[in-house]
Design a protein around this ligand. Structure first.
Ligand code: FAD
Ligand code: UDP
Length: 374
């Protein structure tokens, strides 16, 4: 059979590899000039630093299948994301942990004492927090919320936290020990040669034709089925409206030596227009000493316009309703399946993207084995 896969990010690459290994012919297209999707990395010509072109990406997962899968296409070096946050002229560690709490309140509490202290600040009446702000008030209380989350979230989402879902904050842990690992997953790492090399290795098999710089809109060929990892509303020509996204502007600046001493510093105060600064050589600690200079990015968030890269799905109530209508439309449109971050309009981490693509491969095998249509 001959398939078209739209998008050469992790979703499209995993599907392309699997179908090619089953003996099918694949045309994999991407309108960008490189594979890797938003995880794309590349060496900076001037400094040699491995740049994460669409923002910092740290691999983390609890899924053994996904961890084994990615490591079969590249070496992953140990990497733990330890984020610093600046609030009102002081530097803290995130996610909120015992050091953050003791520094912020000027205390020397132990775990049990700190837990009781934060519980005394938290609003216990909010048993089922309905939004981001209520989630914060029920979890950490007003002081930590104002210092670390209120301003940053307004910058990141352009909305009052009370208008956002509680699930956004639930991504972050709260710890009553000194563990400042940003993620709680057992497997974490960074690909030694960058993410694009991992994706290229996934695609290095017979049966896949990779056509870059090519939009699906310009393809005029027949296929047995299309797997579409682009924006679902774009596939349907926005006929039910545009799903809202936040986009990011990255302002690059270069320097000598070490600019900030760590990979990521969040700027939590609203008066500072950017959300964070990332210094990319620190994402590769095994090679940073060899770099001639340093490359940093200030990151600004704003509402995406039609010509902008859609980074974060906003998913407010009316968007979820619009998404439901697009999903209904997709279900009644034969010959195409929607996958990945843009195809399903969800904020998916890389590991979830890969896990979902692997499950989709399993499902397709079952359907084809039963002689059914995809
Ligand atoms: P994408 O990577 O978006 O790939 C889709 C591809 O489809 C794109 O290359 C696009 O050009 C192409 N395309 C779309 N429409 C068309 C069309 N019509 N014709 C041709 N081509 C088309 N995840 C983590 O696990 N850890 C992190 O630290 C992390 N950090 C992130 C930081 C930022 C700033 C962002 C935005 C995301 C982050 N993620 C992180 C999430 C990660 O980027 C996604 O999980 C991953 O990129 C999803 O892969 P995908 O293949 O579904 O989509
Ligand atoms: N957040 C915040 N302050 C911070 C870090 C995160 O207010 O210093 C909020 C913000 O709303 C963000 C959410 O917590 O969107 C989830 O944080 P995460 O680091 O998971 O964001 P992402 O990786 O999606 O950029």
């Amino acid at each position: 059979m001959r398939f078209c896969i739209v998008g050469a990010g992790f979703s499209g690459a995993v599907m392309a590899r699997h179908l090619a290994e089953q003996g099918h012919k694949i045309l994999l297209i991407d309108e960008r000039t490189h594979p890797g999707g938003n995880c794309h990395t590349g060496r900076d010509e001037k400094t040699g630093v491995m740049i994460h072109h669409y923002g910092p990406h740290i691999f983390h997962t609890a899924d053994q299948r996904v961890w084994d899968y990615v490591r079969s296409f590249g070496t992953f070096r140990p990497y733990v994301n330890r984020v610093k946050a600046i609030s009102k002229g002081h530097v803290y560690t995130l996610p909120v942990n015992l050091l953050t709490i003791n520094q912020f309140f000027g205390t020397t509490m132990g775990p049990a004492e700190a837990r009781a202290f934060i519980e005394s600040k938290a609003d216990r009446s909010l048993t089922e927090p309905a939004n981001f702000e209520e989630q914060a008030m029920s979890m950490i209380g007003p002081e930590l919320y104002r210092a670390f989350f209120y301003g940053y979230t307004r910058k990141q989402w352009g909305l009052e936290p009370a208008e956002l879902p509680a699930s956004i904050l639930k991504r972050l842990p709260l710890r009553f020990n000194y563990d400042d690992n940003y993620f709680s997953h057992p497997y974490q790492g960074m690909p030694e040669n960058g993410y694009t090399s991992v994706v290229e290795n996934i695609l290095a098999t017979d049966g896949i034709e990779l056509r870059l710089g090519t939009s699906f809109e310009n393809i005029d060929e027949e296929f047995d089925h299309v797997f579409y990892t682009g924006p679902i509303d774009r596939y349907f020509d926005f006929r039910l409206g545009r799903l809202g996204y936040r986009t990011l502007d990255f302002e690059r600046f270069d320097g000598e030596g070490d600019y900030q001493g760590t990979a990521v510093i969040n700027y939590c105060d609203e008066e500072i227009p950017y959300t964070r600064i990332s210094e990319h050589k620190h994402f590769a600690p095994w090679e940073e000493a060899k770099m001639k200079g340093t490359v940093c990015f200030r990151e600004y968030s704003r509402l995406a316009q039609p010509q902008d890269i859609p980074y974060y799905p906003i998913r407010l109530v009316h968007e979820k309703r619009m998404l439901e209508s697009y999903i209904d439309l997709a279900r009644t449109t034969p010959g195409v399946s929607f996958m990945g971050r843009l195809g399903t309009y969800r904020y998916l981490d890389m590991d979830v993207t890969i896990a979902e693509a692997l499950s989709a491969c399993d499902r397709i095998d079952e359907l084809l084995a039963e002689g059914q249509k995809i």
